[in-house]
Write a protein that binds this ligand. Structure first.
Ligand SMILES: Nc1ncnc2c1ncn2[C@@H]1O[C@H](COP(=O)(O)OP(=O)(O)OP(=O)(O)O)[C@@H](O)[C@H]1O
Ligand SMILES: [Mg+2]
Length: 488
């Protein structure tokens, strides 16, 4: 037994001496014990920590480096505790029970992978009375390939699990993906949480790229319908004459050339879950009437069918258009508007929540650099530089700008104000220096700057597509390439 380890011994911190004493007792029963004796000094030296447990897998000794590594604090405090309680993934109890050593294993603890060796030990009569474990330094040369392979597999598994969970759910985003801590962003999240907890229709209003899709998915993900389908339909992307079939489905043989089988519409596909009506302001008036009926009655009539079907969907609608103005001019039904707009969530444009630029950059750079060797970073001056622009494309545009800055900057480099200004479209920027008069510069330099600015703006407007950028600038592709080469 390890009864001869007293608190004082432990506090003295000279664990190795007591361990050696333990293994140098006169009795030599069994190979394992001899093995431990022979290996102990080597393990101690190569070890980033060591621990011993008794026959009931309670900790009898732990050296301070292991206690520190595990984040357990004072070693004396953990003596007598079941080892599983403090190290959930330990396999020491298995070693105590089976009497079989685990010579090499990889253990997870608080997101770190530790390479460990565990050995049982015996008393004079050959009875198992406990086990010892050593954590080997993971930079031990022969172990490096093993550990890195394990880590890679582990990361792949985690990524696959995450992707699978999203696929099953039908959504990619949750509330945490709506990044922002400004009062305006917090109000958006508060309303989204409220919407998630209820069944009522929600109307998301915001300019392009403000996160309407992110929020619609997030509301579904945290709602009671999370394990039911999330079905999105972009009204603006579907030709008017196909919209009805797309929404309500088609009965067999509904029209010449129609499929013999029933084709489900988005309402049927979303049954039990959430239907996201994106760009709802683009819906033609006749379909608005049908949609209103479907929402009021909870019933739909597939094209070419004379039977109604009951459907249970929660509707989240979104638009970047001004629906009230559309009602005033007669292109949007007011009754449908009130039906959709039970809970309204206005999403502020980025220019109205510039305080969020820092956290947004951090999150977006993290996404952009996912899977790369380096982490993207931006300096405070870089963030301030971004604040000088008015962001008509909102967060989608911010992502593009950061992506371009990362591609144009040095590999693994940090984005500073210079790197940001290089890729920021300047036409609508509010230059920091606009209040101070600019010194007069040689004409050639002013013209060259104006040209560089025009090229950058064209590249941003064309999302980096050089053929389109050249067209916008009214120059040939080859001339654009020539000019870009001079700029870089
Ligand atoms: N609050 C946010 N936090 C983090 N990323 C965001 C946020 N809002 C938007 N994004 C990102 O910006 C991009 C555009 O978002 P999304 O597609 O939701 O915008 P949208 O409002 O639906 O735009 P559109 O009207 O053009 O369809 C996506 O890449 C999304 O991940
Ligand atoms: Mg969208």
């Amino acid at each position: 037994m390890l009864g001869f380890f007293t608190m004082n011994d432990i506090q003295a911190g000279d664990g190795a001496r007591y361990m050696t004493e333990l293994f140098s007792e006169k009795n030599k029963n069994g190979l394992t014990r001899d093995l431990i004796e022979a290996l102990f000094p080597m393990f101690e030296e190569a070890s980033a920590g060591a621990i011993a447990v008794d026959g009931e897998s309670r900790i009898t000794w732990i050296n301070s480096s292991y206690s520190h590594l595990l984040g357990l604090g004072d070693p004396a405090r953990v003596i007598g505790k079941p080892v599983r309680q403090l190290i959930p993934h330990t396999r020491m109890p298995e070693v105590v029970e089976s009497g079989k050593p685990l010579l090499l294993d990889i253990m997870e603890h608080n997101q770190q992978q530790l390479v460990v060796t565990r050995l049982p030990y015996y008393d004079e009569s050959g009875r198992i009375v406990g086990a010892v474990a050593f954590v080997l330094y993971d930079d031990l040369q022969p172990l490096t390939p093993l550990v890195s392979k394990y880590r890679r597999l582990h990361q792949d598994l985690a990524a696959a699990r995450k992707a699978l969970a999203k696929k099953v759910r039908g959504t990619r985003y949750s509330l945490g993906d709506f990044v922002g801590a400004s009062p305006a962003a917090l109000e958006v999240k508060r309303r989204a949480r409220l919407a998630a907890g209820r069944e009522m229709p929600v109307l998301l209003l915001g300019e392009t790229g403000t996160g309407k899709e992110v929020l619609a998915q997030a509301i579904h993900t945290v709602s009671a319908r999370a394990d039911k389908p999330f079905v999105g339909v972009n009204v603006a992307a579907i030709p008017d004459n196909l919209l009805e079939a797309e929404f309500f489905g088609v009965a067999p043989g509904a029209y010449t050339g129609a499929d013999r089988r029933t084709r489900d519409g988005k309402f049927q596909l979303a049954n039990g879950g959430t239907l996201f009506l994106d760009e709802v302001g683009d819906m033609p008036l006749p379909l608005q009437a049908k949609l209103l009926r479907a929402l009021q009655e909870g019933e739909i009539e597939p094209l070419g069918s004379n039977k109604v079907e009951r459907v249970d969907v929660r509707v989240i609608a979104a638009t970047s258009r001004n629906l009230e103005a559309m009602i005033a001019e007669g292109s949007f039904r007011s009754d449908l508007y009130y039906r959709l707009n039970v809970l309204e969530i206005p999403i502020p444009p980025l220019r109205d929540r510039l305080a969020d630029l820092g956290v947004l950059c951090e999150a977006l750079l993290g996404e952009i650099c996912e899977g790369l060797e380096f982490r993207g970073e931006i300096t405070d001056a870089g963030v301030s530089a971004l604040g000088s622009y008015d962001w008509p494309g909102n967060i989608r545009e911010l992502r593009n700008v950061l992506e371009r800055a990362m591609t144009m900057g040095e590999e693994g480099g940090i984005l500073d104000a210079d790197a940001v200004f290089k890729v920021l479209p300047r036409s609508s920027a509010r230059p920091i220096s606009s209040l101070t008069p600019q010194p007069v510069r040689p004409l050639a330099q002013t013209l060259a700057d104006a040209e560089a600015q025009a090229i950058e703006e064209a590249l941003v407007a064309s999302r980096g597509n050089r053929t389109r950028a050249a067209k916008l600038l009214g120059i040939s592709r080859s001339v654009l390439y020539e000019k870009l080469a001079k700029l870089s």
